[in-house]
Ligand binder design. Sequence first.
Ligand code: C5P
Length: 233
Amino acid sequence: MQDRIIVALDSPDAGSALAMAERLRGRARWVKVGMTLFYAEGPDIVGSLREMGFDVFVDLKLHDIPHQVRGAAFALGSLGAGMLTVHASGGADMMEAAVEGAREGAVAAGVAPPAVIAVTVLTSMDADTLASVGVVDSPADQVVGLAALARTAGVDGVVCSPREAAAMRALLGERALVVTPGVRPKWAGSDDQARVETPAAALAAGASHLVIGRPITGADDPAAAFERIVQEG
Ligand code: C5P
């Protein structure tokens, strides 16, 4: 269980992110660096966390022409990222470029290649926001369609809400990574997450990894909160 929790380090600067990582060192295997921290501190933050012994999920949700995405994925692959994200809506060629770029970057640097996982529909988007950008399908249909496209492009899995995890597991098979944010133990508040599931429910639905931020990073004792989630899972 402890290897399946990815702690979201959503602090805006390296000092506080590394201080939080220090408190979780030796317990958590995975930490997530999102675009706020990455763009503020640059690629060095990934190396610093790797040197502390963490596997690093670099969640930059790449979305550009395939040539640019190949280059970005090469750079992230060469940093030794363990996972990276791309937007499935960038298309199959773009996702293939990400997979190839990430692998080539890792080979060039002599590190293990990262898993490339696809973001389907942002959970901040509902049917109205999808319609406003020209998507007439329901969010659920759009998620399935984009996940099927991602599979053809050779990605390793998807990021999705726990409520979509069972459908993603059925569609993508047992070896796919199904990474779910929106996870809350019963004893934690839901913060701004509108629809949450417990860690046990997300795993039962087929999630391979759980992204959990504030219930751990906002706790008085983050290491104890992490352990409590592990014990309950
Ligand atoms: O603090 P909390 O557990 O809500 O953090 C969840 C993490 O997962 C944050 O980094 C957030 O940006 C990310 N995320 C999310 N919902 C998505 C995709 C990513 O909450 N659909």
